[in-house]
Write a new protein. Structure first.
Ligand code: F0G
Length: 475
C-alpha cells in the first residue's frame, strides 16, 4: 500500500513494530519447533513431551512441572540478551533463559511485568518491622491489573504453539480477565467458568469486555474448576488454570524480577496470599532454580497467607502435613475464596524447600491492612493485603524476626474490587469490628463559608483520615 502526501512522491506506508504487536489470528507453528518443551511429574518423575495441551501426568495423574535447563551456571547478564526488543521489554520474557522454549512466533505478550517495588515505612511500622525493611512488589501494575498476566502470557503462548482451538479457565475473576485479554490478542476463543454472583463487578466487566464467553456456574469456584477439568479430560480444550504446568512458569518471574530489583540479594522472607496456590508453587520453583544456577546464594523463606475462611492449606500445615481437608470457602477476599486448592502438593514442596510457613488471617485483619496500603497511596485489592496482614501477625507471634527484611506480594490493583472499598469506608461497623481507617466523604453546605471553615480543620487533622464525620461536625 502507498500513501500520497501533498504533492510529494508516493511512499511505502509505515508499519509499526510495537512493543505489543497483535495480529488477531494465531500463527501456525511446526510441531518440530516444540521439541525443546517437556514436563515432569512431581510424583513419579515421568518426563512427557510438552508439544500438546497437558495438565496431569499421563502415567500416574500427578501434577506436572515444566522442565527447565538448569545444568549450567547463570549470571544476571543471562537475561535480556539476544532477545527481540519486544521480548526484552517484557518483565516475563526477558527471563527467557529460565522459561520453557516456546517458539518466538507463538509468543503473545503485552509487555507484562516490570512492576514496582514500594518501600514504605508506615507499612513496616504496621507490620512491626524496622524502617526500610518492609516492601511490597505490586503486581497490580500489569496490563489487566493482576499478576495473572505474567502466567497468562506463557500459558496462552503455549496454547498458540500447540495449535489450541479454544482456551478456558475457571476463575474467581482475575484469571478470567487476564485470559480474556490474552486470548483476544492471540485471536483464540476463550471460555471462562465463574461462580455466579461471587466475583467482583470490575473483574466480571473486564472479562466480558475483552470478549470471552462467560459461563456462570451455580456453585463456587471449586465446583467450577472441577467441572472444567472433567470437561477438559474428554474434550479438546486448552486449560489455563495453574494446574497447567506452563502458566506458573510466567509467575516465576515475579520472584526473578524481585531478586533483580534487589541486586540479586534476597530478602529474609517473602509473604504471598494463597488461594489456588499457583503462586506459592511457582515461587518455590523460581527460588529453587535461581539457587541451582547460582543467581542467589541463599533462599528466602516463603510464607503463604490464607484467609481464615478459606484456609485448607494453612490447616494442613498446622497439622504437620498430616491432615488435608477441603472446606467450604467464605471470605471477603473473593479472589482467594477457594476451599480445595489444586496446587496443594506443589505448594507444600515450596514451603518445605524454603523452610517456609503458612498462616491465616481474618477478614477484619485483611480489610484493615488493605485500608492502610490504600491510604499510603499504593492501593490493592483485598486478597493482596493478606501479605501485610500475615506479616504483621507472624511478627507478633515471633515467627518473623523483628530484624528480618520482608517483601509482601500485592497481587491485584485497588480498582479490581471497588465494592470492598465502598463497604469499608461507607458501610457501618455491623460486623462488630471498628473500621479504624474509614474515610467517609464529608458533607457540607454548598457555601464558600462552610468550605473555608472545613479547610482549616482538614489541614489541622493531617493526611491520615481519622474521623471525617467529626471533622464535618466541626463545621
Ligand atoms: N490474589 C489475587 C488477587 C488473586 O486473584 C488470586 C487468585 C490470588 C491472590 C491467589 O493466587 O491462586 O496462585 O494462590 N485468583 C485466581 C483467579 C484463583 O481465578 O483469578 P494463587
Amino acid at each position: 500500500m502507498t500513501v500520497v502526501d501533498g504533492g510529494r512522491a508516493p511512499q511505502t506506508a509505515r508499519r509499526f513494530s510495537g512493543q505489543i504487536t497483535a495480529t488477531g489470528s494465531p500463527i501456525p507453528i511446526d510441531r518440530s519447533e516444540l521439541a525443546g518443551l517437556s514436563v515432569r511429574c512431581m510424583d513419579c518423575g515421568t518426563v512427557t513431551p510438552g508439544d500438546r495441551p497437558i495438565s496431569l501426568c499421563p502415567v500416574c495423574g500427578g501434577l506436572l512441572d515444566a522442565v527447565i535447563d538448569i545444568g549450567s551456571p547463570m549470571t544476571p547478564a543471562s537475561f535480556g540478551q539476544g532477545l527481540s526488543p519486544h521480548l526484552a521489554r517484557s518483565g516475563v520474557w526477558r527471563y527467557r533463559a529460565l522459561l520453557p522454549a516456546i517458539p518466538e512466533a507463538a509468543i503473545v505478550t503485552q509487555g507484562e511485568g516490570n512492576t514496582p517495588l514500594y518501600v514504605d515505612d508506615r507499612l513496616a511500622a504496621y507490620a512491626g518491622l524496622r524502617a526500610g525493611s518492609f516492601g511490597v512488589k505490586h503486581e497490580g501494575h500489569n496490563p489487566t491489573g493482576s499478576f495473572k498476566d505474567r502466567g497468562m502470557t506463557v500459558g496462552v503462548s503455549h496454547a498458540v504453539a500447540v495449535g489450541a482451538k479454544i482456551v478456558a479457565c475457571a476463575s474467581t475473576g482475575n484469571t478470567s480477565a487476564s485470559l480474556a485479554s490474552y486470548a483476544a490478542a492471540a485471536g483464540i476463543p476463550a471460555m471462562v467458568l465463574i461462580p455466579e454472583g461471587k466475583i467482583s463487578g470490575g473483574k466480571l466487566a473486564q472479562t466480558i469486555a475483552y470478549g470471552a464467553r462467560v459461563v456462570q456456574i451455580e456453585g463456587d469456584f471449586d465446583i467450577a474448576l472441577r467441572l472444567l477439568r472433567e470437561l477438559t479430560a474428554s474434550h479438546d480444550i486448552y486449560l489455563t488454570n495453574s494446574v497447567n504446568p506452563f502458566r506458573p512458569e510466567g509467575q516465576k518471574t515475579i520472584i526473578l524480577e524481585l531478586f533483580e530489583q534487589l541486586g540479586w540479594d534476597v530478602p529474609d522472607v517473602i509473604t504471598v496470599p494463597g488461594g489456588n496456590l499457583g503462586n506459592t508453587a511457582a515461587f518455590g520453583k523460581a527460588i529453587d532454580e535461581a539457587y541451582a544456577v547460582g543467581l542467589i546464594s541463599r533462599k528466602p523463606r516463603l510464607i503463604t497467607v490464607q484467609a481464615a475462611g478459606a484456609s485448607p492449606f494453612a490447616r494442613y500445615f498446622t497439622s504437620g502435613w498430616q491432615t488435608y481437608e477441603p472446606m467450604h470457602a467464605e471470605t471477603v477476599a473473593t479472589a482467594i475464596k477457594i476451599g480445595d486448592p489444586v496446587s496443594t502438593p506443589r505448594a507444600r514442596r515450596t514451603i518445605e524447600q524454603t523452610n517456609g510457613y503458612v498462616t491465616m488471617v481474618t477478614d477484619a485483619e485483611i480489610l484493615d491492612a488493605k485500608a492502610l496500603i490504600d491510604q499510603v497511596g499504593i492501593g490493592c485489592e483485598p486478597a493482596s493485603a493478606a501479605s501485610l496482614a500475615g506479616a504483621r501477625k507472624l511478627v507478633a507471634e515471633g515467627i518473623i524476626g523483628p530484624d528480618d527484611s520482608v517483601i509482601g506480594i500485592l497481587t491485584g490493583t485497588v480498582l479490581k474490587d471497588t465494592d470492598a472499598v465502598m463497604q469499608y469506608h461507607m458501610g457501618d461497623d455491623a460486623d462488630g469490628h471498628r473500621r479504624q481507617l474509614a474515610n467517609r466523604p464529608i458533607r457540607v453546605d454548598a457555601t464558600l463559608d462552610a468550605l473555608a471553615r472545613l479547610l482549616d480543620t482538614v489541614i489541622e487533622a493531617g493526611p491520615v483520615a481519622t474521623d471525617n464525620d467529626a471533622l464535618a461536625g466541626n463545621v
